[in-house]
Design a protein around this ligand. Sequence first.
Ligand SMILES: Cc1cc2nc3c(=O)[nH]c(=O)nc-3n(C[C@H](O)[C@H](O)[C@H](O)COP(=O)(O)OP(=O)(O)OC[C@H]3O[C@@H](n4cnc5c(N)ncnc54)[C@H](O)[C@@H]3O)c2cc1C
Length: 519
Amino acid sequence: MESNDWIKAIAEGELKEGVPSAIEVEEKKVLLIRSEGRIYACGNECSHYHAPLSDGLVAGHVVTCPWHNARFDLRDGRLVAPPGLNGIPSYETRVEEGQVWIRQTGKGLIPMPEGEDDRTMLIVGAGAAGNAAAETLRREGFAGRIVMVTGEAYGPYDRTMLSKDLLSGEAPAKWLALRGQKFYDRLNIELMTEKPVTAVDPAARAVTFADGTTMSADRILLATGGKPRSLPVPGSDKGGCHLLRSRQDAEAILGELETAKTVVIVGASFIGLEVACSLRTREIEVHIVAPEDVPLTAVFGEQIGQRVKKTHEENGVIFHLGETVKELTGQERVSEVVLSGGDRLKADCVIIGVGIRPAVEFLEDSGLVKEGAVAVNGRLETSAQGIFAAGDIALVPDGRSGEPRRIEHWVEAGRQGMHAARCMLGAKESYREVPFFWSKQYGSSLRYIGYAPKFDQVVFRGSVTDKFFVAGFYLNGKLAAAASVGKARELIRLGQLLEAGKSLSPVQLKDPGFNLLSL
Ligand SMILES: Cc1cc2nc3c(=O)[nH]c(=O)nc-3n(C[C@H](O)[C@H](O)[C@H](O)COP(=O)(O)OP(=O)(O)OC[C@H]3O[C@@H](n4cnc5c(N)ncnc54)[C@H](O)[C@@H]3O)c2cc1C
């Protein structure tokens, strides 16, 4: 289909206000919707994981993806919020004799801006936040120099896939890269791998690299993510013990999985549980050791935690809960895990998933680190003018309460990276996004929106047992966060409510007769 061809798409009468229609014309998937008194058309595939946007939610001229909540502007296909990378195809529409016609106007790609700009933007870290920042700078029309450096051997890749489809064997390593080198060449983004930064001089707005070279820039973004915590017990440095943060870590684990028959996972964190699921797909015997009685209760409460546990047990995972690891033993490699209660578990390999700390060692002498993280203001700027921070290392004021919070989610990191880039170009708005994350285990996605480090009431609509529910997490009667399996639109709507600083009563949330989508 050429961009200037008008195509007959659908009978006008088939389009109901606010109800998306998915059609396929000339092998392209198109979403049509009547909203704001006009008819919008755009590509129907999310640019993140290709989810059908017609299963998402449209509010005004913005569509939110049902899977990981990327948002796109229906008017021009522009990416409004990650985890999408590109925008989506845009179309103009017209109605003639009761038929809606569409014509493609854009493909959703980021153009290389024209013109000149003598400023340099340096991005330290090529993860979710760093990559989103680099792309946003170009999307916003910045034509100057962009340098993005990473300590790793790889350019930006999908870290979330490491514990899921990569370890299960369902995704080959070549799917990990967010972009190919050609993309960075086209947008003239200078990507430097194996180039760790060892120090930052805020006054000079300059960094020193491990190879001794230095570089100054007009604006610097710090986005170095997290470092996995190791286990402070004897033997945790033995061969066969692995942490999981990087692609290199995952490759080392994949090497073990070629022969391992029994694996012990330490920590019932999201990563530990996802790894367990991936290893069960390979029919490896999996033991999980963790101090809590039920996994994930601190985040989701008892009922969802029990359901997660049961699902793992139904799939053969053996839990050792209420236990910690005393020691890892073995000759050259680990062969046994000794538990606090005295049990000894045989292990061909051990994977440790006990959380992360922000990767801020290189900032030790910079004065930018507070309580182990980098504090920023609403514009994501640190106490040093022109130096910004985003992602797992950043302590960001919450968009509604103003309380500092540090979030370790892929989507949040991308959104902070996007916002930081705009502020590096001069934007003055404060960051307002409501955090979102997901975890995929045994084919079902558990999604969460909001921020509820504490809650005193969990209210359900639907069935946790059947894995089809939305849950609200309340503190002092006010909705702070929501989670769901299967009810994507309701979850998005609750997120919009939280974004607007509103609540709804537990009674309304519980009542299936109360239409959440009409709020
Ligand atoms: C296995 C795994 C699965 C996950 N799954 C999910 C999920 O399903 N959902 C979810 O919401 N979140 C998930 N997360 C969390 C998510 O990946 C992180 O929150 C996100 O990657 C943070 O982005 P970031 O840009 O802050 O840091 P990162 O993505 O960690 O990127 C940091 C970058 O900085 C570089 N770097 C570090 N130190 C230096 C230095 N000194 N000099 C130069 N470069 C440096 C690193 O090499 C890297 O390029 C997962 C994390 C892991 C490890």
